[in-house]
Design a protein around this ligand. Structure first.
Ligand SMILES: Cc1cc2nc3c(=O)[nH]c(=O)nc-3n(C[C@H](O)[C@H](O)[C@H](O)COP(=O)(O)OP(=O)(O)OC[C@H]3O[C@@H](n4cnc5c(N)ncnc54)[C@H](O)[C@@H]3O)c2cc1C
Length: 296
């Protein structure tokens, strides 16, 4: 077991990059990989589902990336990265054995600090009461920050009510966490759709919100976790509310152009909100007004 880094006053130091080694690299799609990282020496504090890191590709740059898995008993963390520019491309090129700088954990988490009576799981609480139904809706790479929610829920059989995972991608080739999705589908927990079918695809074709029509859940006892492109999150929130889920029971992870992650540079500002400081997770009643402002 490695030590956890702390600054002089005892508060965790989240801004000094620590070296982590790539233990495993999985190619998810043509432009996306999942890196399992383990600390070379000192470990960062334990991540909670929904939090993110600043990953530093040495000599290239540093970018925010959500954790796509947090080990329950160790210091390993996973990140799923799409190559869209210089830093993300450099990170996606990393091979097992190579080293990356990691700062974190940053941001709030899917639990939003809510601790309902009886839900005092010390490791990865989701901020929902025992027996509540969970709906997880992921669009494209948006499934990655949601993966720790599903892995946690599945690790607690009997604690939650019904779990429904609804995942969508543009094409079958763009589905991430495919092995997990197939396993969750086999368990009867996941439904998967694509915008455009390709040869061999026998599943549904359509939007992830279409899948919600057939989902079975108790709206007044449901918490929804949503992440994906903004139009998908807006449509998902509206579809959930049409089914009777209250706006404060719908949680979303917002992604904004972000540089510092420490509320210093203002790049991720949305109105009065700094996504790095106040998010990235918001309830729909908080996020709706922010997302309604065009080009904000
Ligand atoms: C809280 C948070 C969590 C994130 N989690 C993930 C994740 O799990 N996996 C992942 O692959 N990416 C994630 N991102 C997005 C990732 O940070 C950007 O793709 C990355 O910063 C791009 O940097 P770059 O140097 O590779 O590309 P750049 O050369 O900086 O940009 C390439 C293109 O991406 C756009 N872009 C840059 N930053 C962002 C951003 N933050 N959001 C949207 N578009 C952006 C630019 O406008 C440009 O069009 C997350 C972002 C935030 C804020």
């Amino acid at each position: 077991m490695t030590d956890t880094v702390a600054v002089a006053d005892g508060a965790p130091d989240v801004v000094t990059p620590l070296p982590y080694r790539v233990r495993h690299r999985l190619r998810e799609t043509a432009d996306t990989v999942t890196l399992d990282l383990v600390p070379v020496g000192t470990a960062l504090p334990r991540y909670r589902p929904g939090q993110f890191s600043m990953l530093y590709a040495f000599g290239v740059g540093e970018i925010p990336v959500s954790v796509s898995a947090v080990a329950s008993g160790g210091d390993a963390i996973a990140h799923t990265i799409r190559a869209v520019g210089k830093a993300s491309e450099a990170l996606c090129r990393l091979r097992p054995g190579e080293v990356v700088g990691v700062c974190g954990p940053f941001g709030n988490d899917w639990a939003l600090g809510i601790r309902p009576a009886g839900a005092d799981d010390p490791v990865t609480p989701l901020g929902t009461a025992p027996g509540e139904d969970l709906i997880v809706m992921g669009g494209g790479l948006g499934l990655s920050p949601l993966r720790p929610v599903v892995l946690h829920a599945l690790s607690r059989p009997g604690f939650y009510g019904w779990l429904t995972v609804l995942a969508g991608a543009r094409t079958p080739h763009e589905l991430v966490h495919r092995a997990d999705l197939m396993q969750w589908h086999a368990l009867g927990e996941a439904k998967i759709t694509v915008d455009r079918a390709e040869a061999g695809w026998t599943g549904p074709v359509g939007l992830v919100t279409d899948l919600l029509r057939h989902a079975v859940f108790r709206p007044e006892r449901t918490t929804a976790f949503v992440c994906g492109p903004e139009p998908m999150m807006r449509a998902s929130a509206e579809a959930l509310m049409d089914r009777g889920v209250a706006p404060d029971r719908i949680r979303l992870s917002l992604e904004r152009n972000m540089r510092c992650a420490t509320a210093w540079c203002g790049h991720c500002q949305l109105g009065r909100v700094l996504v790095c400081r106040d998010g990235p997770i918001f309830t729909w009643d908080q996020a709706a007004a922010l997302l309604a402002v065009h080009e904000l």
